[in-house]
Write a protein that binds this ligand. Structure first.
Ligand SMILES: [Zn+2]
Length: 652
């Protein structure tokens, strides 16, 4: 293997992996060649036509190398960390000395701002050095610590350089000296979870159990009475809690009750996902049955009652939050890109805790739809909010839809999503497989070469596929000597039928929790050919979702499709699908997303209003003309002239 991605997350059990995939390679190449350099300019305030980020400048000011005031949000530091983390993964699969030099420069800039006791946060160092750790609820110091740790672990993995890792450990050590159950320590925890999952990564990377203990403390202490955030507000004279009087209260930051008592996914969706990810890690590492049960309960709450078909979560702009079961409005959806990314993080950790196909199904759904929709296909524009229905005029004129955009934006004052997307997509290698004993789980189908160190020897698995455009997936196996391995191939819930050939012969194997278990002794050159039923189909939402009643969406494999004005004209609400029609592939090279569109026969309501003279009239039966409705992959919407978009269309 050339340029293998080595040393993936240790719990995966993958020794080396290289993705060479026709779907993902072009997207990741765009991230490498365009998005990462573009974001470097943003961090350095060199992006023409956008508000300066101030991110790296803040570090220089905090280090005393420049004068000025802190710029941007209290969590501005995390933009640099997330960029660095994405760069680290990019370097793992694609060494680039020039990029590494820029990354080293960023590391040097960041570390220079570290205080003698390990503290590193430019907002407080510049504006209020005597107020550190006095407002954990609102001010994100521990969130920034978390992102710095994740960047440091990834950068150490990629380059072997230790400077950032040592700096992150110094800051983590300070956090460990400051927070914990001991009477002399502060009994707080992060308002925005992130440090928890990062400290667990730091533990996995260094073996230092203090970091695991601190992560566990943060999770255990959360939401207990007397509520730390309330005490902190009173003692430190902090501003009144923004969500104090609204429907969210402390559920906004998942601190209204201890995590073991949380029954439903509540509050800010990104915070929820980062917290649940840490809980799943802790459940795996500690074997705590209560935590495991909480993770399962919260997973079901998110994915069975509060998730869009695109994998988007957090349906309300108020608090960027979950609301209540089956409340999934399409045109005011928040569905932040970061929340879908967080769902992918949570799913991967649930797969490590207890491999089940349902986790991988959701992970894939979020990845191929809501996550990917966050980036324009040229890698230089981004969505923060990912609606399932857009009327451009409403975005500018309806206050309730002010958060919805119909064009991706060049950058954001709060720029959490773009670098988050980069770090996830550049670390896809960590999401394909996991190993449990002598069982290799295959969660995602991407063309790749991977090597596993297993109890009986080393196995290499080469995968070739055109997925998600084609359901055929071929593996060839390579081992120095015959090797007994259980290969667990995921059977996606959307593929009711599949076929399987082993060495060219039809094979029957048992399935278990969404995986086909191929338990046999494998030899060099063995082949597996699997074919999933990948064709466009109409999907309905649960009748309990009011917004989608009487509507259908087109889904093909992991991809959700949508109608755009560019293909169907304005007034997408006038379209309805013919329930008896089969959606068919409809190749159009100009359609974004590989040109593979889908056409379904349907109708368009005729306009009888004569341009506005008749708003109402007695019902007179359908008055419509037959049309073919063209749909394109949701992730590729808004890559042509701006216009309307809809995922759910009326039936009949
Ligand atoms: Zn975001």
């Amino acid at each position: 293997m050339k340029n293998p991605y080595t040393g993936t997350e240790p719990e995966n059990g993958v020794r080396q992996i290289m993705i060479r995939d026709p779907f993902w390679d072009p997207l990741r190449e765009i991230i490498r060649s365009r998005a990462i350099p573009y974001q470097w300019l943003a961090l350095n305030d060199a992006l023409p036509g956008t508000e300066p980020s101030g991110c790296l400048r803040n570090f220089r000011i905090a280090a005393g190398k420049e004068t000025g005031v802190h710029h941007g949000f209290v969590f501005q530091d995390s933009d640099a960390s997330k960029w660095l983390e994405g760069v680290a993964y990019s370097l793992l699969s694609h060494p680039d000395p020039e990029l590494e030099r820029k990354a080293d420069e960023a590391v040097e800039t960041m570390i220079a701002a570290q205080q003698p006791d390990g503290y590193l946060n430019t907002y407080y160092t510049i504006t209020a050095p005597d107020r550190r750790f006095t407002n954990l609820r609102d001010n994100h110091e521990l969130y920034c610590l978390g992102h710095m740790i994740e960047a440091a672990v990834a950068y150490h993995r990629a380059t072997g350089k230790t400077a950032l890792l040592e700096a992150a450990e110094r800051y983590a050590d300070l956090a460990d000296r400051t927070f914990g159950p001991e009477p002399e320590k502060k009994h707080g925890y992060p308002g925005h979870p992130e440090a928890e999952l990062a400290l667990i990564r730091l533990f996995a990377h260094t073996g230092n159990e203090r970091y695991l203990r601190l992560a566990r403390y943060f999770v255990d202490a959360r939401g207990r009475e007397p509520l730390y955030f309330r005490e902190e507000e009173r003692l430190n004279g902090n501003g009144r809690y923004y969500f104090a009087d609204g429907p969210l209260g402390y559920a906004y930051c998942q601190a209204d009750k201890p995590v073991l008592e949380q029954q439903e996914a509540e509050g800010h969706a990104v915070r929820a996902m980062y917290l649940y990810s840490a809980m799943a890690d802790l459940a795996r590492l500690t074997g705590d049955p209560g935590l495991r049960a909480a993770c399962r309960r919260l997973w079901d709450s998110v994915t069975e009652r509060r998730m869009y078909i695109t994998g988007g979560i957090g349906s309300s702009p108020y608090g960027e939050a979950f609301t209540f079961d089956y409340d999934l409005p399409n045109d005011t959806a928040y569905a932040e890109t970061c929340a879908a990314i967080g769902l992918v993080f949570f799913a991967r950790r649930m797969l490590l805790l207890e491999p089940e196909g349902k986790y991988a199904d959701v992970m894939e759904r979020a990845l191929y739809n809501c996550v990917l929709s966050g980036m324009q296909l040229d890698g230089q524009r981004f969505f923060y909010v990912n609606p399932l229905e857009v009327l451009p005029e409403a975005c500018g004129r309806d206050n309730a839809k002010r958060h919805v955009q119909f064009r991706r934006q060049p950058w954001f004052g709060c720029a959490c999503c773009p670098p988050n997307l980069v770090r996830l997509l550049m670390s896809l290698e960590d999401y394909l497989y996991s190993v449990s004993g002598s069982r290799v789980y295959i969660h995602l189908y991407l063309s790749s070469e991977a090597e596993f160190r297993l109890p009986g020897g080393t196995l290499r698995l080469d995968c070739r596929t055109e997925y998600p455009w084609d359901g055929r997936i071929r593996y060839s196996l390579h081992a120095n000597a015959p090797l007994r391995v259980e290969l667990a191939l995921r059977l996606p819930a959307w593929s009711p039928r599949f076929s399987l050939l082993v060495n060219g012969e039809k094979a029957a194997y048992p399935s278990e929790k969404g995986y086909l278990i191929l338990d046999r002794t494998w030899a060099e050159g063995d082949r597996i050919e699997m074919e999933l039923e990948l064709r466009p189909r109409l999907f309905a939402a649960s009748p309990l979702v009011p917004e989608d009643a009487g509507k259908a969406a087109v889904v093909c494999g992991p991809l959700v499709y949508c109608a755009e004005e560019a293909d169907n004209g304005a007034g997408l609400h006038r379209l309805s699908l013919d329930p008896s029609a089969e959606p068919v592939w409809d190749y159009h090279p100009e359609v974004p997303g590989n040109g593979k569109a889908v056409t379904v026969s349907g109708w368009r309501d005729r306009d009888w209003s004569g341009g506005g003279s008749a708003l109402y009239r007695p019902w007179n039966g359908p008055d419509r003309e037959r049309v073919g409705i063209r749909l394109i992959p949701y992730y590729a919407w808004a890559n042509r002239s701006p216009g309307e978009m809809r995922v759910w269309l009326r039936m009949g």
